[in-house]
Design a protein around this ligand. Structure first.
Ligand SMILES: [Zn+2]
Length: 300
């Protein structure tokens, strides 16, 4: 009997993100890099992002407090973003609309009965286990236990992804990475952006005051997607309701901008670190150390 993955490429990468647009800002360059390299890239988004702010004035009435139609609109933005990144396999956890955006930590929206923060962990994980069993990714990317910066849906995405990997057993990914940003790179960014009108680090005195940031030793992989900087930018443009036209993300100039947006960093949460290079001993490939084609323990 043919295995379900026979029709898929040898290298398969699964990403678990909280809202539409998270895939681009944190992992868009890596997604474009692996899609272009012929790997199968599967994106799972856990909510529709209904509680987001809207930066397009003509669409302002779609917001949760008015028409509450932002989620449906963001389905389309996400499709366009995936197309820009060259990613064809995209799913919503449990189907589009199963889990609602919980909003920022501490808001009343955290108590909505359908919100992701209120989801039953094993039920939510079971939706992901189905996808894992189908795609059999060797590598999975999600957030660290703090959801990178503390948003409840990001924390929940971490919990669901880690639980699903556990429940999938032998079918689960061999390597799990968490998105990360080296403090050293953040410090360089803070210095470079200090003069900007819309400095994203305005009001932050010290890199240690940011809710994220890893030491060089905590980082395991550095993925250079600067060749795909244009795709990442196009994917950001696809999320127009979330990323305003005049965002600093588009305003950063020169080589530092391409480096800041095109290079993405990861911590290794499960699996063995593969062959590495450079002064920090970081991997330059998330599949490093894995055999190209994974053998199915159940046999052909
Ligand atoms: Zn998010």
């Amino acid at each position: 009997m043919a295995r379900v993955t026979d029709a898929l490429p040898d290298r398969r990468l699964l990403l678990v993100h909280a809202h539409p647009d998270d895939e681009v800002t944190g992992t868009g360059a890596a997604m474009a890099h692996y899609a272009a390299a012929g790997a199968h890239v599967t994106l799972v988004t856990c909510t529709l992002g209904e509680e987001g702010e809207i930066h397009v004035p003509d669409l302002a009435q779609l917001e949760a407090a008015q028409a509450d139609q932002l989620g449906g609109y963001r389905v389309v933005e996400l499709e366009r973003a995936c197309a820009a990144l060259g990613v064809t396999d995209h799913r919503f956890l449990g189907g589009a609309g199963r889990y609602r955006d919980s909003g920022m930590m501490g808001l009343a929206t955290n108590n909505h009965p359908r919100c992701f923060w209120q989801a039953d962990l094993d039920e939510a994980a079971s939706h992901l286990v189905k996808i894992i069993s189908e795609v059999r990714p060797q590598v999975m990317i999600t957030y660290d236990p703090n959801g990178f910066y503390g948003h409840p849906d990001h924390i929940q995405a971490h919990r669901v992804a880690m639980r699903a990997a556990e429940l999938a057993g032998d079918q689960g990914p061999e390597k799990i990475y968490w998105t990360a940003m080296p403090r050293r790179v953040l410090a360089e960014g803070m210095a470079a952006f200090r003069e900007l009108d819309d400095n994203p680090f305005a009001g932050v005195e010290d890199v240690a005051d940011l809710p994220f940031g890893s030491t060089d030793e905590e980082i395991a992989a550095r993925i250079d997607g600067t060749d795909h900087y244009d795709k990442k930018t196009a994917a950001m443009r696809a999320h127009a309701t979330q990323i305003p036209d005049n965002s600093w993300l588009y305003g950063i100039a020169g080589g530092f901008g391409a480096e800041f947006m095109g290079v993405e960093y990861f911590r290794l949460a499960k699996g063995e670190r593969g062959p590495a290079s450079g002064p920090h001993g970081w991997e330059s490939d998330l599949f490093a150390g894995l055999s190209a084609a994974r053998t199915d323990p159940a046999g052909p």
